[in-house]
Design a binder for this molecule. Structure first.
Ligand code: HEM
Length: 422
């Protein structure tokens, strides 16, 4: 992603466009060439095509990785009819969504470095010579806008701060398409500059741009070494202070991570508490029953659930926000309870919570997960009775599933169509 705003060379893409548009735009009056538009306003030798292309490769690749891992998260939660998400390996979603947020976070300093490298080009004169060049400039604005929107909303979301009045998921999802579309358009439109930039070797002089001495300092200009150090330190700092939420060996140094594996009630972080879900009374009500709809309708007490064969599985909670943490869960297998209700193995079921509202009140357990021996109705966590904040009296825990869909405070299980109520 080069963000070059130098008017693109006439390539096979723009020639017909120029011909269609054809017009040579009049140059704006020189009197307007003030401030940053003045010749030589940006003396630093670092605003080079070579540097822009190299950082651009990392940035572009990072956006594609974020888009693909984000798309997986979307499909897992809202599966199209052809999409089947497996129940194993148990760690797959942990890796895809962990990667999503880790790479997304690393893109923040990279984008800043990139914008710094190219921002003088925003002031090149004249701003555009042809309508095609106007379109190219607009595509750069769309790209920058979408990129900043994705990173900003993502950051706010994982910090659990929602100042925006719109649905994060919907806006982040659709802007993801715009961002990736803009990246691909940009790479296509500026392919010659990218190729030239990447082909350049060694020194600033080799750039043919900027007349600074190699690694030399110019008055007030940032040296090449300082530039590279800033980029590496910035990304490194983000990695160290944030990635511990996904890579547990880094947990001790990840001081800015919103969640740390192993920290929280019963050794596991909590996103939604019992009080926040409005279940502090209903979850401890002696009249509570888990209703299982089926040929044989069941109304199970906690004792009934404890009477089923109990199994223990070590499974991660892998949050959509990128953090994840392992725990030992004990309880009956979901498939054994469905069997007792006369439902076939692998039946798609809807799992409903006592929770009073929220988009995760109901989740769908598709065939591979409902048939899996590892999918439990957990009554105990890390050897203790489930705490209220972890879903007492009983919660769903399945392998390879987003944390938000590991429904807590269960009230009812009923057969249903795949993809609905996730
Ligand atoms: C700092 C960077 C980023 C962070 C922290 C972040 C965070 C997140 C989070 C928390 C989700 C899960 C939403 C949910 O299921 O509730 C998500 C989903 C997603 N993200 Fe990002 N993201 C970042 C950057 C990006 C970028 C750069 C792109 C694409 C270019 C992207 C595309 C997506 C998509 C398509 C989804 C799926 C949304 C859905 O489930 O409908 N994200 N992201």
């Amino acid at each position: 992603m080069t963000l070059c705003t130098t008017p693109p060379e006439r390539t096979s893409v723009t020639r017909p466009l120029d011909r269609v548009l054809g017009a040579r735009l009049p140059d704006p009056p020189d009197a307007l060439r003030r401030g940053p538009f003045r010749e030589g306003s940006f003396p630093s030798p670092l605003h080079t095509e070579r540097r822009a292309s190299r950082v651009g490769v990392w940035l572009g690749s990072g956006f594609v990785v974020c888009f693909l891992t984000g798309l997986i998260s979307h499909w897992v939660q809202q599966p199209p009819s052809w999409f089947v998400w497996p129940a194993s390996p148990v760690w797959l979603y942990r890796v895809t969504q962990g990667t999503h947020v880790m790479v997304g976070l690393a893109l923040v300093p990279l984008l800043l470095v990139k914008l710094w490298t190219v921002y003088p080009k925003l002031f090149s004169w004249p701003p555009a010579r042809t309508p095609a060049q106007v379109v190219a400039r607009v595509s750069v604005l769309v790209l920058v806008g979408a990129a900043v929107f994705q990173l900003l909303t993502g950051l706010l979301n994982i910090s659990q701060w929602y100042p925006f009045g719109f649905s994060f998921r919907a806006a982040h999802y659709w802007t993801g398409w715009i961002a990736v579309g803009a990246v691909l358009t940009h790479v296509g439109a500026f392919a010659p500059q990218i190729a030239r930039g990447l082909a350049r070797r060694g020194t600033a002089a080799a750039d043919g741009e900027g007349d600074g001495e190699e690694d030399g300092e110019e008055d007030g200009a940032v040296s090449r070494r300082a530039f590279v150090a800033a980029a590496v330190l910035g990304t490194g700092a983000v990695a160290l202070t944030q990635w511990g939420q996904t890579i547990s060996p880094l947990a001790q140094v990840s001081v800015l991570a919103p969640r740390i594996p192993g920290y929280g009630p019963q050794g596991l972080p909590v996103n939604q508490t019992g009080a926040g879900a409005g279940v502090t009374e209903t979850a401890v009500d002696p009249a509570w029953r888990l209703v299982v709809e089926g040929p044989t309708r069941l109304e199970l007490t906690l004792a009934d659930l404890q009477a089923f064969p109990q199994h223990t599985e070590r499974l991660p909670i892998a949050c959509v926000e990128g953090w994840s943490s392992d725990a030992d869960w004990t309880g009956p297998r979901l498939r054994d309870v469905l069997d007792a209700a006369g439902l076939d193995r692998g039946t798609v079921v809807h799992v409903e919570s006592l929770q009073t509202g929220g988009s995760y009140r109901v989740s769908t357990v598709a065939g591979p997960h409902s048939a899996s021996a590892k999918t439990l109705l957990a009554l105990r966590l890390n050897g203790q009775e489930l705490a209220l904040d972890h879903g007492y009296p009983v919660r769903l825990i399945a392998p390879n599933r987003p944390g938000a869909m590991q429904t807590k405070w269960l009230a009812r299980i009923a057969p249903g169509a795949a993809g609905v109520g996730s």
